[in-house]
Write a protein that binds this ligand. Structure first.
Ligand code: HXC
Ligand code: NAP
Length: 266
């Protein structure tokens, strides 16, 4: 049973990039289960349609899947227009679209680095700016940027994603500064390793998974539902003073569990 009132987002519409899969599918489900309708976007229309059907059935709310590539502003604008046409507008934007893979910096092609920067950072800017111009400036709302903790220290084989997410955190602060007066709250979530996701399948292959868990003070990965609940909280009036901040939800992972911590037995 949810700890949130089930109609806390009644009358709201959420626009979620990357909402067809993984963490952002979970976020969409949580928002819908608490009263919101949703538009989910990514590049693959078929997966979006399937997810939209599933979430509508589960929650009793409406969900529309619209394909767009966050790197291409014209496709972003068309997707936002589709949201306005279907639901009359939107109040919540979740920037979750991202790309990542393990690769040493020396082996990253120029295009590989640029691709991740374009999806994560430029995509977040494209969607936020277009959403602000089309709706949020006039009616207020919440933007939730999905970040990571990769860049708090440094993470091997992740120069591209770490740089991209550092820039996302910077955008969260800058947009909060500029758009707060229009009634738009801008916040971020930095998940640690989250189980049953594409991210973990790509970044923690084979035995790395157990080593990663050993380095997490809570001794487990997070769940999609835990990140979804945090996103839901940030979209409710309970978070009305949180602005420009990126909240870490990682079981203490980035604090840096090490052999001595393991010896201490937690
Ligand atoms: C090295 C790679 C690579 C790899 C792709 N490239 N995969 N380089 N190692 N494993 C290079 C390609 O060779 C190409 O460079 C460039 O990247 C662009 O690749 P494309 O396949 O043309 O790009 P595109 O089709 O746009 O796909 C983007 C993608 C892809 C990021 C590469 O994997 C994708 O669509 N991912 C979306 C799903 C995803 O990544 N989910 C996980 C998010 S997890 P050249 O020079 O050859 O042209 C996450 C977790 C963060 O973000 C923190 C966790 C703790
Ligand atoms: P995921 O399911 O692969 O989510 C990424 C989504 O982005 C996919 O739905 C993908 O769909 C979409 N996408 C990729 N490129 C796109 C583009 N150019 N335009 C539009 N959509 C695009 O992976 P996930 O692990 O759940 O990650 C979700 C978010 O959490 C990401 O922001 C990630 O960085 C963050 N995160 C994840 C973890 C983790 O442990 N998994 C940890 C920290 C942060 P298409 O391929 O259909 O386009």
């Amino acid at each position: 049973m949810s700890v949130f009132r089930e109609d806390v987002l009644a009358g709201k519409t959420a626009f979620v990039t990357g909402g067809g899969s993984g963490i952002c599918k979970g976020i969409t489900e949580a928002l819908m289960a608490h009263g919101a309708n949703a538009v989910i976007t990514s590049r693959k229309q078929e997966r979006l349609d399937e997810t939209a059907r599933e979430l509508a059935e589960k929650t009793g709310r409406e969900c529309l899947g619209v394909a767009c590539d966050v790197r291409k502003p014209e496709t972003v604008e068309a997707a936002l227009d589709a949201a306005i046409a279907r639901f009359g507008g939107f109040d919540i934007v979740v920037n979750g679209a991202a790309g990542n893979f393990l690769c040493p910096a020396s082996q990253l092609s120029y295009n590989a680095f640029r691709t991740v920067m374009e999806i994560d950072t430029i995509g977040t800017f494209n969607v936020s700016k277009a959403a602000f111009e089309k709706q949020l400036r006039a009616r207020g709302g919440v933007i939730v940027n999905i970040s990571a903790t990769l860049h708090y220290g440094a993470t091997p084989l992740q120069a591209h994603a770490a740089a991209a997410k550092a820039a996302v955190d910077s955008l969260t602060r800058s947009l909060a500064l500029e758009w707060g007066a229009s009634g738009v709250r801008v916040v971020g979530i930095a998940p640690g390793p989250i189980d049953d996701t594409e991210g973990i399948a790509r970044l923690a292959p084979g035995p790395i998974r157990d080593q990663m868990i050993a380095g997490i003070p809570l001794k487990r990965m997070g769940t999609i539902a835990e990140i979804a609940d945090l996103a839901l909280f940030l979209c409710t009036p309970a978070a009305s003073l949180i602005h420009g901040e990126t909240i870490v939800a990682d079981g203490g992972h980035w604090l840096g569990g090490n052999a001595l911590a393991t010896l201490m037995g937690g």
